[in-house]
Design a protein around this ligand. Sequence first.
Ligand code: SF4
Length: 289
Amino acid sequence: MLDINTLLLDFRITSYCNLDCDLCFRNPGIADQSTESALKVLDKMYQVGFRRVGFTGGEPTTRKDFLVLIEHAKKLGFMTYLSTVGHRFIMDHERLNGVLDWVGMPIDGIEKQTNCDIRSDKMGNQHRVIKDILTWLSQTNNTINIKLTTVVSQTNAHQISDIVRWVNSFPYKIQSWRFYQFCPLGVGKEKRDKLEIDTDLFISTMKQTKNEFPDLPLSWATFEERDKANIVMEPNFDVIIPDGENYTYLCNMEKDSPEQIIHHIFGQPEIMQKCENNRFWLDEMEFVS
Ligand code: SF4
């Protein structure tokens, strides 16, 4: 069973992002806290017993100190994960290599139109970003595990097989690829008419894709499987959990005592089981650095 050592807590170090994706499930408008406060909260998380931290957002790389936070977490002894669009990844790779265990980056289409439809015009060339990274990685001394993420919606469900074939044609082989049924949460709630996808269609699309590419590390999660399946810490250190189409508050990492934090997060077996199922891809390949 998942416990405090193995739970991956997603730390939204900022709620800021200017990429305007229609599918976004962040809660915008929460102010960033200072570097000093964020470092102290990482210290507290470690003291409480957490050992896995994911740096997410918003877009976490918009924070000037995001590398400092990751370096500090690694120094403390955390398994570190970064969820980013990857636009700075090659530029930051030298500092990240050795302190970052996993990076997760999105690819939702291999055509500009699909990327614009599901995300935004600013993300129209995201497939080229991924192509450049995977091409570059094949010639680089890299110790960071690469995970791709794809949000499956009405817009791209019929293109999933083509997307996987395209990525698989590059020489660098990724370590994990997670496909998520679109969730009407946060900003994305307003775009549900355009993006929502029937669960049966999502599952049949994914089974078909897995049959076509049995050797690739593909896995998926429905909206229901993701519900209550990851613990998130907002930039103000409120710890929340996706709950239906909203988030439920659990505790505050800065203000609450270690006992209260543990009670509110780990006192609910249903949540722990769902978090464990959602993070299985981490189990066998946790540390590389
Ligand atoms: S989905 Fe990610 S990249 Fe897009 S607006 Fe939200 S935080 Fe930014």
